[in-house]
Ligand binder design. Sequence first.
Ligand SMILES: NC(=O)c1ccc[n+]([C@@H]2O[C@H](COP(=O)([O-])OP(=O)(O)OC[C@H]3O[C@@H](n4cnc5c(N)ncnc54)[C@H](O)[C@@H]3O)[C@@H](O)[C@H]2O)c1
Ligand SMILES: O=P(O)(O)OC[C@H](O)CO
Length: 335
Amino acid sequence: MSERIGVIGAGSWGTTLANLLARKGLDVTLWAYEAELVEEMRATRVNSFFLPGIELAPGLSFTNSLEEAAARKDFLVLVSPSQVMRGVLAQLAPLLRAGVVLVNASKGIELDTLMTMDQVCAAVLPPEVARCFSVLSGPSFAREVSLEMPTAVVAASGDAAVAAAVQRLFTTPSFRVYTNTDVVGVEIGGALKNVIAVAAGISDGLGLGHNTRAALITRGLAEMTRLGLSMGAQAETFAGLAGMGDLVLTCTGDLSRNRTVGMKLGQGMKLADILGEMRMVAEGVKTAESAYRLARRTGVEMPITEKVYQVLHEDKPARQAVMELMTRDLKAERW
Ligand SMILES: NC(=O)c1ccc[n+]([C@@H]2O[C@H](COP(=O)([O-])OP(=O)(O)OC[C@H]3O[C@@H](n4cnc5c(N)ncnc54)[C@H](O)[C@@H]3O)[C@@H](O)[C@H]2O)c1
Ligand SMILES: O=P(O)(O)OC[C@H](O)CO
């Protein structure tokens, strides 16, 4: 392969994906928002800000210029946090050529507009550029991927040929990529699992047990699926890697930033203090509000999301939120 690839965002996931491609011998340019991070990666070939201890492959080059990262590329991997994606895309829009394959690897719902990342791309980019959109999602902690621990993810696009191209691009012996055509389902699964992971963290932080966590995962999946279906997603996507797969990982894995935020809340810390000591992004904090508002707008019942929103943003005590969830009206089990 002789593809030229730009990766936009040098956080832990952007750096990991760029490094995975460079390890395959591909020509990859990684754009970092922080100029000093570019200097550091050039000098040391390590991203100590976001991915310490992982050596970066020789074929990987670094830039603080979006033009250098994006111009004349065949694939552009978008890995900026979802709440800043629109601003980054607006700067990229005049630089992109028709036919470049866009790969969104960011997981969130924009707070101001309640749009998923495919919708933000369609709104900001010229139609001939936004057409080749795909989303890469699934259970994938950056550090484990960097250490080449076997991982399976999904590449979704409305155009099966684009999904197949992304599958070929990213596949390695330790990174297995499935294709899917349900962009909405994959976007919604990746975004909402972060909210449920905050809930699972709160439960763990309160000292509740495995029963509670299993209930949150299962009923969390039900409400994720309900919202997805109301937006045109397919139910089976939520049983797959971008749904249940990522939900299980993020609700149980100690590496999850979203679960960690929840744990600290459950232990009594204030959100502002938790976020104040984090350099990395926990997308579920803002997506909890996006999802809560989407649920109200669409009339979809999302009780766990509602309680996470209230604990995060309305100072509801975590124990009260648990009690309110447990004493809701009794009902039949259903999606
Ligand atoms: N880390 C993972 O394991 C992982 C795995 C899959 C998906 N993701 C998703 O990838 C996306 C990026 O997360 P990450 O973990 O790579 O980031 P990170 O938390 O490691 O780092 C934060 C990132 O935000 C960037 N940033 C901060 N302010 C910015 C601004 N104003 N404009 C542009 N960029 C800015 C930083 O440069 C850095 O790239 C998120 O949506 C996340 O959910 C992460
Ligand atoms: O660390 P988190 O909670 O942002 O999760 C990272 C990835 O999304 C897991 O698939």
